[in-house]
Design a protein. Structure first.
Length: 405
């Protein structure tokens, strides 16, 4: 792949954020650090004022997730592009490590039904025509915008102003999709199926480990055939200042994923909040979104404070955590120059991801990660069609940008 092509177009590739000056020790940006700490404190106080302990816990989890995502430059988009174009597998293997570490804890917890007096609910959903199309559209959108759902948030917090355009498209695509869900729900689909419910935690984990292990071996063999060796992880920073190897990011995010399940009683999700934000905006300008089938029984969420929604405040925490990490690393340097073509790709990618996420029960975090760590087969379906869409998106984006592979 022409690596410079992606940079020259000014697109927000998450993996480029820390790789452009690896190993460079930059001074802590003290004014930015103060601002980031103030933002984190305001989020904690806002949720505390709502009287929701879980919302406060969600903010804290978001802060940890944002810092971890930023320091490890942990993105699904770049990892899938590496596999598809460069035959590099380190990012994919890091994703699988994240999934397996989480499954080792989530499967027994879900099988038991709860922990600390809290009933846990896995992300188990049917998979059919609409979910397959949604995952495919999301994969295309990932490559158009250069980020996924979590990538949009942490790169925005890290100073990538282009992500504002992607986020706007994400919110718009999400609310438009909720207007059409009665049609998409009517299409054929397989029933919801959980490996944990059907076979138990240990067999479900064995299946997951074998399947992910087989994919990883195939990816590594392909990398070895092309390069003769696997790409080595390089430690170029410290724990607080980063950057981290992908393995450290996988471990940290597995902790986030497990704690989210335990404290919020459901797997980590991101994009349902974008639909809620869109619904609040639409409702505010007079659109009767509360009458749409998707929002049936959820009208109270549209009227309630956004700080009472745990997914929303966790997303805010991700932005704040990346903002904090960037200031400590001395790398917060927002730019406001963006070409028209890059802007259109960013917005278009956000639209596709927002629309696709509603059809597919979420994004790479909520549907793929959340589904697989719940033992749900829809998570595996999301992986297949999301990756296929990502490959298509790479090819289309390359033609739009005028580059070749």
């Amino acid at each position: 792949m022409q690596f410079d092509l992606w940079k020259e177009q000014g697109l927000p590739d998450t993996a480029l954020m820390l790789q452009k000056t690896p190993g460079t020790n930059l001074p802590v940006q003290r004014p930015v650090l103060v601002a980031s700490l103030a933002l984190a404190l305001l989020l904690v106080l806002a949720t505390w004022r709502e009287g929701s302990t879980r919302s406060t816990e969600a903010v804290l989890l978001g802060l940890l997730a944002g810092a971890s995502l930023y320091h490890a430059s942990f993105g699904f988009t770049w990892a899938w592009r590496q596999v598809a174009v460069e035959a590099r597998s380190d990012g994919l293997r890091a994703q699988f490590l994240l999934i397996l570490l989480t499954c080792a804890v989530s499967f027994p917890l879900l099988e038991s039904g709860g922990v600390f007096g809290r009933t846990l609910h896995g992300a188990v959903a049917p998979f059919g025509v609409s979910a397959a199309l949604g995952a495919f559209l999301f994969g295309v959108g990932m490559q158009f915008s250069g980020s996924c759902a979590s990538g949009t948030l942490f790169t925005a917090g890290g100073g990538n102003t282009r992500m504002i355009a992607t986020l706007a498209g994400f919110v718009l695509g999400s609310i438009v999709a909720t207007a059409h869900m009665s049609f998409w729900w009517s299409l054929p689909a397989f029933r919801a199926y959980s490996l944990v419910d059907e076979f138990g935690a240990i067999p479900a984990f064995a299946f997951t480990a074998l399947a992910l292990g087989a994919i990883a071996i195939l990816a590594m063999r392909r990398e070895l055939r092309r390069y003769g060796h696997l790409e080595e992880a390089v430690w170029t920073g410290g724990l607080l200042r980063g950057p981290w190897p992908k393995t450290w990011g996988a471990i940290a995010l597995a902790v986030v994923s497990i704690l989210t399940l335990v404290t919020l009683t459901h797997p980590w999700g991101i994009t349902s909040a974008f639909a809620l934000w869109g619904a609040k905006i639409a409702h505010g300008v007079g659109v009767p979104v509360e009458t749409w089938p998707y929002w049936s029984g959820q009208a109270h969420r549209i009227e309630a404070s956004v700080f009472a929604d745990t997914t929303s405040v966790m997303n805010f925490g991700i932005v704040a955590g990346a903002f904090l990490a960037a200031s400590i690393a001395g790398r917060f340097a927002p730019t406001f120059q963006i070409s028209g073509r890059a802007l259109l790709l960013s917005i278009g990618g956000g639209l596709l991801m927002g629309y696709g996420a509603r059809l597919a029960y979420g994004c790479n975090i909520g549907a793929y990660l959340g589904g697989v760590i719940s033992g749900s087969l829809h998570g595996w379906g999301w992986l297949v069609f999301g990756f296929a869409g990502s490959v298509a998106g790479i090819r289309i984006r390359s033609k739009i940008a005028g580059g070749t592979f």
